[in-house]
Write a protein that binds this ligand. Structure first.
Ligand code: MTE
Ligand code: MO
Length: 323
């Protein structure tokens, strides 16, 4: 029997009880010394009401209209599960890092545009949001660790950000960086890692319609543990390409060496396109665990997005496209 399950975020009641209410309750409890283990130290300084006033100034921009072009055949991963299963090494190497990530300070937040551009500039996140047209897209996310989720992102095409930055014709790659602030992100005190987190794409990839700058999720501003206030999502690539909490965007001639490549170039490369037939050196990529279910499903070439992106790799067959 086919039962169509109503997806969590389709239920409007969800929006009637925003998380801030829940968070405030926890903070009030914390301030009263009643537990809330693991809450970031900074969040206890302000009483609940002051923190509510500090609520994300972009909240009014959400939810944005969904773009129906990007179809999925899976259920959206429930927010409660997604919000507690994250990779964000700046905060922890554990998946449960939501509390730790609340130490991320997302205002003021600026993004610096540089390298091969007409004119270097630094732009505040709220000014950038004003300049962009937001839409919702349902995208599948496939981590190199062989798990996946389906996420209702809100944001704008990376192509629009490229147009905004006005790169010069000599630019071959876009390079992005996450913040560097060990006082705000304890993971950055681990000297073993090549901080800050860096990623890059070719200009053709960056201007492909799928490459998406994410500023919201589940019809609200992006959660801190998911890389607020702005992160990338490239759904045809392994998740590590989809870098979080971006502060710098540069246009360069040389191919960027990303964080994971710097750490272990025998296992992680520049292209990182999803391919079930090319195993990771230590595990198979043939299938993936769908987080929030007991299912294990076959992985698809380009994570199922071949119709959009396969053409990007014509003539590049000699490259390590799938690691
Ligand atoms: N700055 C930064 N970006 C990052 C990571 C990280 O550790 N730091 N992890 C990456 C990996 S491996 C994955 S799978 C995704 C996870 O995104 P999610 O937590 O929203 O699912 O973020 C990517 N972006
Ligand atoms: Mo990942």
């Amino acid at each position: 029997m086919l039962i169509r399950r109503k997806r969590g975020w389709e239920i409007p009641e969800n929006r009637a009880t925003p998380e801030s209410v829940f968070l405030n309750r926890r903070e009030i409890l914390a301030a009263a010394g009643m537990g809330a283990i693991g809450l970031a130290a900074g969040s206890m300084v302000l009483p609940g009401l002051a923190r509510a006033a500090e609520a994300d100034p972009s909240a009014g921009l959400y939810p944005a209209a969904r773009n129906p072009r990007y179809k999925i055949e899976r259920d959206v991963t429930p927010e409660k599960i997604n919000a507690h299963y994250n990779n964000f090494y700046e905060y922890s190497t554990d998946k449960e890092l939501a509390d730790a990530a609340q130490a991320l300070k997302i205002r003021p937040w600026t993004i610096q545009f540089g390298g091969l551009v007409e004119k270097e500039k630094t732009v505040g996140i709220d000014d950038l949001l004003k300049a962009m047209k937001l839409e919702e897209r349902l995208y599948r996310h496939r981590c190199v660790e062989a798990w996946s989720m389906t996420v209702p992102w809100t944001g704008f095409p990376l192509a629009d950000l490229v147009a905004f930055a006005k790169p010069l014709s000599g630019a071959k790659y876009i390079q992005m960086e996450t913040f560097l602030d060990p006082a705000m992100a304890p993971g950055q005190n681990q000297p073993f890692y090549p901080w800050p987190y860096v990623e890059g794409l070719t200009m053709a990839e960056a201007t492909n319609e799928l490459a998406f700058m994410v500023t919201g999720v589940y019809g609200k501003p992006l959660l801190k543990q998911m890389g607020a206030p702005i992160r990338l999502h490239t759904p045809w690539k392994y998740g590590f390409k989809s870098m979080k909490s971006i502060v710098k965007v540069s246009f360069v001639e040389e191919r960027p060496v990303n964080f994971w490549q710097q750490l272990q170039s025998s296992e992680y490369g520049f292209w990182a396109n999803v391919n079930p037939e090319v195993p990771h050196p230590r595990w198979s990529q043939a299938s993936e665990t769908v987080i929030g279910t007991n299912e294990r499903v076959p992985t698809q070439l380009f994570n199922g997005y071949g119709e959009f992106v396969a053409g990007l790799y014509k003539g590049l067959e000699s490259e390590a496209l799938y690691m």
